[in-house]
Design a protein around this ligand. Structure first.
Ligand SMILES: Cc1ncc(COP(=O)(O)O)c(C=O)c1O
Length: 414
């Protein structure tokens, strides 16, 4: 039973509401309207557009865990959530390295966290972005997975002698909820050839890989490192850096991973076993695990048809991963003036656009009596949520608020 406590009287007038949620200026973290929880937000604002709820305290906790537990340096994957408040919170919590994948991300990090060190970890880059990354923004590390990209990097940096070049290796993504295999990465003879060619021109040579996003088994990092060691030995080159990528999981209703400490212990042991410990630069590139728990979106139910709810955000908004990859997110129904009386039942959701792909099969657990006009908080959306929004069909909300309560699900005991 989802019992909602009594409603509090509205504490802001309509004018204040407008100022709080329709501020046309980019909002700094300190300028965000603050609420105790999404319930509090709904009671006071009755929002008719989706509101993205942020929990800086959750980002801080996750980041501090990684900084202290990972046996190397943490490099935040900016693509996961490039909101300025996220970048700044992560930097303040101790991360100094940022994985960027485009010129726009480079400009953003340079503006928001000017002291951060950027690494251009997209294996396929435009010539213009390499030129600006190297000459204008001082970026010296680049990843690549082909001889043609190596040639491009050399030409656009005018054969610079101070490059750190990471060869992106293709390794199995066997236990990832979201496989990243097939698009990037080299293996076998191709990897050997590229390692040797990059060694000839790099100041520092590195290797990197990605075990796939939401990797549910830490042993995949061990397998990846053994394969990496074998390729380095085949190539007969010295390597100065190893980057074990992202893939660290968050928690979802149907995806509860083993403890993150277990991932750190496995990685530490595998670094040791494969001769990557001591004297090497070791990096990880987490995205999801640092920011997923912090974010949620408050949506409104526009219509109910049986156990299908039509809501005002969807897969063309911040719920992209609830669509095709079918992520199931935690949900909480909110009704300001009354309690829900129904038991929890499974619902599917439809987004606001006219497109039939704007459908999220869930199951999302909500009270049986949920109805048009109620709100739902959907959690676990800090990673690959806000960043995936489009303006398709005219639906787009940039309303944000800071909330102080704990994430709906947490791997960090929040
Ligand atoms: C190169 C690279 N590094 C890091 C990440 C972050 O991965 P995750 O969010 O699974 O930690 C990604 C995600 O696509 C990526 O492509």
């Amino acid at each position: 039973m989802n019992k909602i406590p009594h409603a509090k009287p509205a504490r802001v007038n309509r004018n204040q509401q407008f100022l709080l949620l329709n501020n046309p200026l980019p909002l700094k973290p300190s300028a965000l309207p603050k609420f105790a929880s999404a319930q509090d937000l709904v009671e006071r604002m009755k929002p008719s557009e989706p509101v993205h709820c942020l929990r800086p305290h959750a980002i801080k906790t996750a980041t501090k865990f990684f900084v202290s537990a990972f046996p190397g340096q943490v490099m935040y994957a900016v693509k996961t959530n490039p909101e300025p408040y996220v970048l700044k919170t992560i930097f303040k919590a101790g991360v100094r390295h940022f994985d960027v994948a485009s010129l726009a991300e480079i400009e953003l990090v340079a503006r928001e966290c000017p002291k951060a060190m950027m690494h251009y970890m997209h294996p396929v880059k435009s010539r213009e972005s390499i030129l600006h990354a190297y000459h204008k923004f001082g970026i010296r590390s680049f990843s690549l997975d082909s001889l043609d990209e190596l040639k491009k990097i050399q030409e656009m940096t005018q054969h610079a002698k101070d490059l750190t070049l990471y060869i992106r290796l293709s390794i199995p993504n066997d236990h990832a909820a979201y496989s990243l295999q097939g698009k990037f990465g080299v293996q076998g003879e191709e990897a050997v050839t590229l390692l040797r060619a990059a060694r000839d021109v790099a100041s520092k040579l590195g290797v990197c890989f990605h075990v796939g996003s939401q990797c549910m088994d830490p042993a995949d990092y061990r397998v990846a490192m053994a394969k990496t060691r074998a390729l380095i030995d085949d190539a007969g080159v010295a390597v100065e850096s190893v980057d074990v990528g992202g893939g660290f999981p968050s928690i979802y209703p149907d995806l509860a991973p083993p403890s993150l400490q277990g991932y750190m212990d496995t990685i530490r042991a595998a670094l040791d076993e494969n001769g990557f410990a001591g004297g090497m630069d070791v990096f990880c590139e987490p995205g999801r695990a640092l920011v997923a728990e912090n974010g949620s979106v408050v949506v409104k139910v526009e219509l109910r048809k049986g156990n299908a709810l039509y809501i005002n955000d969807g897969v063309y908004g911040s719920l992209f991963d609830a669509g095709y990859p079918g992520f199931v997110y935690p949900t909480r129904a909110i009704r300001p003036l009354e309690s829900f009386s129904g038991e929890l039942e499974s619902f599917k959701l439809f987004g606001p656009t006219c497109d039939s792909l704007d459908a999220m099969k869930g199951p999302f657990m909500l009270p049986a009596d949920i109805a048009e006009g109620d709100w739902i908080e959907i959690g676990g959306l800090g990673a690959y949520g806000q960043t995936m929004r489009t303006k398709f069909n005219g639906f787009f909300s940039d309303k944000q608020a800071e909330v102080a309560d704990a994430p709906m699900l947490s791997l960090f005991g929040l």
